[in-house]
Design a protein around this ligand. Structure first.
Ligand code: FAD
Length: 108
């Protein structure tokens, strides 16, 4: 679905779309989260009667690809290749479940 840089659906002023359904960036969980922050900020501004809106800027390509808890590879936002140690630390140990549990306030 086409969206504006403010993440409203094309042709609508107050319907927002984020994540895979929004045709503005790659389909990735982290990107959906970044877009949600922009949409939430714009909805808050709208509710406050503030005319200011923030725009979403598509992210540079990134991939974090663990191979088991200790292995893997990836590409960082600047194009640098990430080694196994960094990949393991970011994602390999728990596939980011800890990060999402914390975000959703789920006890460990
Ligand atoms: C195999 C696989 C591996 C992936 N690996 C990664 C990865 O390593 N890293 C990464 O960043 N991204 C990864 N992704 C992409 C990531 O999962 C998506 O980009 C992310 O889930 C998008 O979130 P979303 O909320 O936009 O959509 P979704 O997570 O698809 O959520 C949409 C929700 O809406 C529900 N829904 C649909 N229609 C209706 C309806 N009519 N009424 C009510 N509910 C409805 C669906 O059931 C679903 O729960 C992967 C995707 C796949 C398929």
């Amino acid at each position: 679905m086409s969206v504006t840089p403010e993440l409203t659906v094309e042709g609508s002023r107050d319907v927002y779309a984020v994540g895979d359904i929004a045709a503005i960036d790659a389909n990735k969980a982290g990107i959906a989260g970044s877009q949600a922050k922009i949409a939430a900020a714009n909805i808050r501004s709208w509710l406050a009667g503030d005319a200011e809106r923030v725009s979403y800027t598509p992210a540079p390509p990134v991939i974090i690809l663990p191979l088991g808890p200790e292995g893997g590879s990836g590409q960082l936002p600047g194009g640098e290749i990430a080694g196994t140690e960094l990949i393991s630390r970011i994602k390999g140990q728990d596939m980011m479940t800890g990060r999402y549990a914390e975000m959703l306030n789920i006890p460990g």
